[in-house]
Design a protein around this ligand. Structure first.
Ligand SMILES: *Cc1c(COP(=O)(O)O)cnc(C)c1O
Length: 381
């Protein structure tokens, strides 16, 4: 069989994963320098990054971006433990692993919680959320995940935000895998903070989380934090006063993130990037569908970020072999993380476009043939 493996510009397999993901060569090249953390050029680059982030949610007037060294979870933990006061109570809308992680963070921090959980392929029941908020005035905050990467579901943040605001409560959003690709407009969608990271839809390398915070809400969080490192109020305060981080920043990551943001803006921001990812998802779902795979989610619930497919029932389909054969052809996919169904996932984000997605579908077809798996029902004669 003559199959030319796909490779990125640096000769590595393409990552069809939800991040870390395939980055551009320019993003990687931005890191081959040494910078001092007090270097004026670095401080300028960092300031530029922080000034750009609120604009992505149209929040430049009322919001400030507070960076947090570490992966995305560091930013989520910083957001939850800085914004939910010690006497506060947070209602968590859970339909996947990242919702459960937020609950664990609040449990460890000793914050009171209430959980509204739906199946991994179902959005929250907002009528029930309405009842929960009405019944419990002690709830101060609501936590929602924009795209729950566990399944790839797009949760209704706009409707959730309107509901939470109607009850006079505060909304905190984990938009890790959505920020920069799914529209979130702070001018019309009320929330106090949104957490994301360098290595998802902005297409940087991993190592920097950030929380875009409503300035007036952040000002009320002084003294809330239960850790020194994850104190967003203190981090924001130090940056505003000195332009510097309290502790060593991941300089190379930030410089690469700056380059990734330039490429994001050049592509047309959320509109341009969202369009490319939607096109990637369409090619993937149509192509995999033609091969006989079924996605977990109904089309109206599917975010164009990562697609979960049901594992085929054919005993000849062994996932590890499928994974290894795809990797040998230059495509790295992602195992499933669901409890509702046996599944695997293929990401649509990163420096990948129609050509790479078509290549991935072709590789899947090739691997199925090699494995002797046939998924399409035989045609009626
Ligand atoms: C990736 C992701 C995170 C953060 O994960 P890290 O491994 O800490 O980067 C949090 N929430 C969601 C929805 C994510 O997709």
């Amino acid at each position: 069989m003559s199959f030319t493996p796909a490779v990125s510009e640096t000769g590595d397999p393409l990552l069809l994963t939800p991040g870390p993901l395939t980055t551009s060569k320019q993003v990687k090249s931005a890191m081959v320098r040494d910078w001092g953390s007090r270097d004026a050029a670095f401080i300028r680059i960092n300031r530029d990054v922080l000034e750009t982030l609120p604009k992505i949610i149209h929040g430049e007037a009322d919001f400030v971006a507070v960076p947090m060294q570490g992966s995305g979870t560091f930013a989520v933990e910083a957001m939850l433990t800085s914004f939910v006061p010690r006497q506060g109570k947070c209602l968590l809308l859970i339909n996947g692993a990242y919702g459960h992680r937020a609950k664990k963070i609040l449990d460890i921090a000793g914050r009171a919680t209430l959980v509204h959980e739906t199946a991994e392929d179902a959005p929250p029941d907002l009528a029930e959320v309405d009842r929960l908020l009405a019944a419990d005035p002690s709830i101060t905050h609501v936590f929602a995940v924009h795209c729950e990467t566990t399944s790839g579901i797009r949760n209704p943040v706009e409707a959730t935000a309107a509901l939470v605001a109607r009850h006079g409560r505060r909304l905190l959003i984990d938009a890790m895998s959505a920020f920069g690709a799914l529209e979130l407009d702070a001018r019309v969608t009320p929330f106090d903070a949104v957490a994301a990271s360098s290595n998802k839809c902005i297409q940087g390398v991993p190592g920097l989380g950030f929380v875009v915070c409503r300035k007036s809400a952040l000002a009320e969080t002084k003294g809330n934090a239960t850790t020194l490192v994850l104190d967003l109020h203190d981090q924001a305060d130090a940056l505003a006063r000195t332009g510097q981080y309290r502790f060593t920043p991941p300089i190379h990551v930030i410089v690469a993130f700056h380059q990734a943001l330039q490429e994001f803006l050049a592509e047309g921001g959320v509109v341009g990037r969202g369009w490319r990812y939607a096109d990637n998802a369409r090619i993937l779902i149509e192509g995999m569908g033609a091969l006989g795979f079924t996605p977990l989610l109904q089309p109206h619930l599917q975010a164009p970020i990562i697609v979960t497919f049901h594992m085929p029932k054919d005993p000849a389909f062994v996932f590890q072999r499928f994974y290894d054969e795809l990797k040998a052809r230059g495509y790295v996919i992602y195992p499933g993380k669901l409890t509702v169904a046996n599944s695997f996932r293929i990401g649509c984000i990163g420096a990948l476009a129609a050509r790479e997605m078509r290549g991935a579908v072709k590789a899947v077809e090739d691997v199925l043939a090699v494995m002797g798996v046939s998924l399409t029902a035989p045609r009626a004669a």
